[in-house]
Design a protein around this ligand. Structure first.
Ligand SMILES: Cc1cc2nc3c(=O)[nH]c(=O)nc-3n(C[C@H](O)[C@H](O)[C@H](O)COP(=O)(O)OP(=O)(O)OC[C@H]3O[C@@H](n4cnc5c(N)ncnc54)[C@H](O)[C@@H]3O)c2cc1C
Length: 294
């Protein structure tokens, strides 16, 4: 096993330098952001510690949260603490702010990054549902330039993403919550902190005059990768949000997910809770819209 104190660490100061190192398989190392996934995997022997790592911590191109043309641009090196504290994220992407606030606890949020969370590609990665409901994209780069990939397509399968060995995630481009829309994120874990999700979900919805005008729904930890409930979204759009609609939405959610039994939960529980989460979103938003109409 490679000891951490004998590991070769590169500290590039620009993205271009980091990409040069990544381009050549004799200089390529494992990209390291906050290390909150990697260091645990190495220490536990889940993944062998590599000979070389490339620290992304000093790359200015991976920092920052900016609002541009109704899109929030978030650098891949943005930490969960920065996400949850950002007024732009709180106002424009409230589900993402809520998801970041549930990751680990303060220490993990101070180190762990959005890029690391997505690249780790765990089905239980908490940011994924909040990201995919935006309909946004991830921008990755290699020495030959950038590629923009729709976030839903980026998550390809169990621990698999659309990222080549010589590429890095640079930023996320996330369309904001449009006027009149609401968002919510919910996570079920064993505790309220330091708990990996049993299941989590996010919703972006616009209801007017009791009718669902647009909706995006995503659930995590119920399939090999985060899933957008696109068929349910299409079915819900244009319907009056009443008890019959909500009951049918719950049934359709349960048949759309394919969870497994594992150390954290059972498939049966996950199926049941995924339906309950969708019910909770629709109830909450319908009641909020009804209050405003009064
Ligand atoms: C105690 C504890 C509690 C946790 N709780 C949660 C939780 O509640 N919810 C949750 O979702 N996660 C949780 N995690 C997991 C982890 O903290 C998060 O996934 C975190 O966001 C990972 O980010 P990082 O910057 O630390 O990634 P790293 O560990 O640095 O990297 C993770 C992976 O991403 C790759 N990578 C990193 N940045 C890039 C980039 N820019 N481009 C390409 N590849 C990149 C690395 O090579 C590696 O494969 C927890 C971890 C611990 C130790």
């Amino acid at each position: 096993m490679t000891r951490l104190d004998t590991m070769d660490c590169e500290f590039p100061e620009t993205l271009a330098d980091a990409l040069e190192l990544m381009a050549d398989d004799t200089t390529r190392g494992v990209p390291l952001s906050g290390g909150t996934d990697l260091m645990v995997q190495w220490a536990g022997g889940v993944v062998a510690a590599p000979q070389r790592v490339i620290s992304l911590a000093g790359l200015p191109e991976l920092k920052g949260i900016t609002l541009k043309d109704q899109c929030v641009v978030v650098g891949a090196g943005t930490t969960h603490a920065e996400l949850r504290a950002s007024e732009v994220i709180q106002a424009r992407l409230p589900a993402l702010a809520a998801a970041a606030a549930t990751v680990g606890a303060q220490q993990i949020q101070a180190r762990g990054t959005i890029g690391g969370n997505v690249a780790n590609a765990s089905p239980a990665g908490d940011l994924a549902p909040a990201l995919v409901i935006t309909g946004g994209a991830v921008v990755v780069a290699g020495v030959h330039g950038e590629r923009r990939v729709n976030l839903t397509d980026f998550f390809k399968g169990y621990r698999s993403i659309d990222l080549r060995a010589d590429e890095l995630i640079v930023r996320f481009e996330l369309p904001v919550n449009p006027d009149g829309s609401r968002e919510m994120f919910r996570k079920i874990g064993t505790r309220s902190a330091q708990a990996i999700s049993k299941i989590m979900a996010a919703c972006r919805i616009r209801i007017e005059d009791r009718t669902i005008r647009s909706v995006a729904l995503a659930v995590g930890s119920v399939a090999p990768t985060v899933i957008r409930l696109t068929e349910l979204e299409a079915w819900l759009t244009g319907r009056v949000c009443d008890e019959d609609t909500i009951a049918e939405a719950v049934r359709r959610t349960v048949s759309a997910v394919s969870p497994i039994d594992d150390i954290r939960s059972t498939a049966a529980y996950r199926e049941w809770v995924s339906g309950s989460m969708i019910r909770g979103f629709l109830d909450a938003f319908f009641n909020a819209e009804a209050r405003e109409r009064r």
